[in-house]
Design a protein around this ligand. Structure first.
Ligand code: NAD
Length: 444
């Protein structure tokens, strides 16, 4: 079977490589010529565990092909996946420009029937817009004889475990009203549906909403826990004990109820915002989602407020060690990362930052360039030299069990601002360090 993927980012590249590994021949089309050249040469543009070898092997076996030639991509296969970005528009709604450009491109070049599968995260009603764009393109060419269908097949991979998630998806949503298209996509996903039934077929609108509902639900859990952490902070309770206490109820469970410095990344913030805007555009006031977003914005400032209050409101001329730039471990993605809010607030307040991240250093350099108030260090230990305090923003495994003694010796003030509640304040205290956590009371 042959497939075409438009948009070779986190989603397109990983899913295309996983399909290639299953034995399909996949043509990847992107408008970024540098990216395509690098991929042809085996250079992977993103950090994702297991991806590099997967891409290399499948390029070598000719199962994974790359091009910037959209016409070649359209002619290559009957199944056309759209996996381009849907970034937030100025008002927060999803910008469908790239999705609709691909739809028009397919209409321009198609000579055979096509099934167009929307993998990008898109608001309810987008499949109708894609259908209209293709219809219009075919009319312009006087080729309304060419048959096509549009399906929704949202992606649920998590950055950091994207390859594993696509190899063993916990669900495969197929949104279509056409039994033939459903069958075509069931066959495509058969290699990933062997152990037990993971395919959930539904109508297109439900499928489109399922993706937003999933991300909104996860964001809600995070904002809820962060709100509770704020209460714990004020009332002298320990949110980590509260977390363990509530998770014991199977109706609540222990998954995804960690407090922290707010959610970031390329999906939760943008998808919550897009859902809010879609609802408002339809005359509905999504009060809960607005609160989820508001709590998250406040939460990103939580750590900075702690730092400022510790230093009497003035951090001018101070130097901070910062561990973790990526929005979460095992990725180099810094889109909407809390680390950016923390660093930018410290710079604004006149402080400098010495940062380290196991994967996101290049990305950080790309975003901020050379600046005198940011030093990117080769190791986490090197960030500590001459620093007034340590701030931990991302819960990389490498940061879980640090040498407290060495931290104590290196820092000017023996304090760690722990944005992920990684450290036991009692243990750190034995090494002469104070840990300021999220929602845990200060030790006397
Ligand atoms: P990305 O920004 O990493 O990649 C998008 C790619 O599309 C880029 O390489 C860009 O050059 C390319 N592109 C843009 N216009 C194009 C065109 N006309 N033709 C061909 N290529 C084009 O985006 P991503 O993170 O892979 O996300 C893609 C979609 O998947 C988004 O809608 C996102 O919300 C969704 N999604 C992302 C994740 C995630 O974890 N990143 C998870 C699930 C769903």
């Amino acid at each position: 079977m042959r497939l075409t993927f438009f948009g070779i980012g986190y989603v397109g590249l990983v899913q295309a490589a996983v399909f290639a590994e299953a034995g399909y021949q996949v043509m990847c089309v992107d408008i970024d010529p540098q990216k395509i050249e690098n991929l042809k040469a085996g250079k992977i543009p993103i950090y994702e565990p297991g991806l590099e070898s997967l891409v290399r092997e499948n390029v070598a076996s000719d199962n994974l092909l790359f091009t910037t030639d959209a016409q070649e991509g359209v002619r290559f296969s009957p199944l056309q996946f759209i996996a381009v970005g849907t970034p937030p528009d100025e008002d927060g709604s999803a910008d469908l420009r790239h999705v609709l450009t691909v739809a028009r491109t397919i209409a321009r070049y198609m000579e055979q029937p096509k099934t167009i599968v929307i993998k990008s995260t898109v608001p309810v009603g987008t499949a109708d817009k894609v259908r209209a764009a293709v219809d219009e393109g075919l009319k312009e060419r006087d080729r309304i004889d060419l048959a096509f269908d549009v399906a929704s097949n949202p992606e649920f991979l998590k950055e950091g475990s994207a390859v594993a998630d696509c190899m063993k998806p916990d669900r495969i949503i197929i949104g279509t009203d056409n039994p033939g298209t459903e069958q075509q996509l069931r066959e495509l996903y058969a290699p990933f549906n062997r152990n037990h039934e993971k395919i959930i077929a539904m109508d297109i609108r439900s499928s489109e909403l399922t993706k937003y509902a999933a991300n909104c639900m996860l964001a809600t859990k995070i904002s809820f826990m962060n709100e509770m952490a704020n209460l714990a902070d004020r009332f002298g309770a320990d949110i980590e004990r509260v977390r363990v206490g509530i998770g014991a109820d199977p109706r609540i469970g222990y998954h995804f109820i960690y407090p922290g410095v707010g959610y970031g990344g390329s999906c939760f913030p943008k998808d919550v915002r897009a859902t809010i805007r879609t609802a408002e555009a339809d005359g509905f006031d999504p009060v809960l989602l607005k609160a989820v977003e508001a709590r998250n914005e406040l939460q990103k400032g939580f750590l900075v407020n702690k730092v400022l209050s510790h230093f009497g409101g003035d951090v001018r001329g101070r130097r901070f060690a910062l561990w973790g730039l990526a929005f979460k471990p095992k990725t180099d993605d810094m889109r909407d990362a809390p680390s950016r809010v923390v660093m930018e607030a410290l710079w604004q307040a006149g402080a400098t930052v010495q940062a380290y991240d196991p994967a996101a250093m290049t990305e950080c350099r790309r975003i901020y360039g050379d600046r005198s108030d940011l030093a990117l260090c080769d190791t986490k230990e090197a960030t500590l030299t001459g620093a007034d305090a340590l701030i931990v923003v991302t819960e990389w495994k490498q940061f879980h069990a640090p040498d407290f003694q060495a931290i104590k010796l290196a820092l000017r003030e023996p304090v760690i601002f722990d944005g992920r509640n990684l450290y036991d304040p009692m243990i750190a205290q034995r090494h002469g360090l104070e840990v300021r956590s999220v929602g845990r009371k200060r030790l006397a």
